[in-house]
Design a protein around this ligand. Sequence first.
Ligand code: KIV
Length: 271
Amino acid sequence: MSVHTQISRMTTAKIRQMKANNEKITMLTSYDFTLASLVDEAGVDILLVGDSASNIVCGNQTTLPITVDEMIFLTKGVVRAAQHALVVCDMPFGSYQVSEEDGVRNAIRIMKESGCDAVKLEGGEEVLPTVRHIIQAGVPVCGHLGLTPQSVNQFGGYGVRAKENAEAAKLLHDAKLLEEAGCFAIVLEKIPADLAKQVTEAVSCPTIGIGAGNGTDGQVLVLHDMLGLNQGFKPKFLRHFAHLADEVKNAVGNYNTAVKESSFPSAEESY
Ligand code: KIV
């Protein structure tokens, strides 16, 4: 393979083109090489190394504690797995809110050290100058509006956002600003389906919904949630496409019993 070998992975330009072609976009979170390989092989368009890794991988109550170093560490494994999908890494809380300069420095560091194709960050008008500068520096940005979990302490919970007219109007305005700034896509989290559809029709870049109805250009879910690995978490918007928690507990239970009763390993499983 030469150093000039063309990238065969999905690109942000192709993601934009999918909206123009009326082709739905799929995004799932991934945090490690093994599962990311399976998600990529199954044909998902975008692997998101979400800061939900803070909850799913590290067991924190919120996304707030995860660091840039930890996001880079996880993203490297996902990038090694991605043969087809675009890899997007979340900029964690505190890595872009302090100043534009700080945001650009962290975005460049994340892309340079992890090998991801783009970053995602939360917020609208408040972070617009930072979004502009990151894009100008050559790092593609995915926006994120609606329920933005890094602001959970400001919101006071994880409820549906933009149900009132004023917040809905601000969200629509923010989406147009992010589009103008050059975001290649915008995640819309936990907002009324009608509003998500309105935003989708108002912007030229793709919208990717989670808990935002069926009128967006694509959908995203947290992998562990949709696989049924995250026991006890079943918000209305989530569909379990498998029930792997039961499978894992069964398999581990069977292993435990087999070892305790000395039926594993057998003669055939021994050297
Ligand atoms: O961190 C994450 O998993 C996300 C998705 C919920 C969109 O941002």
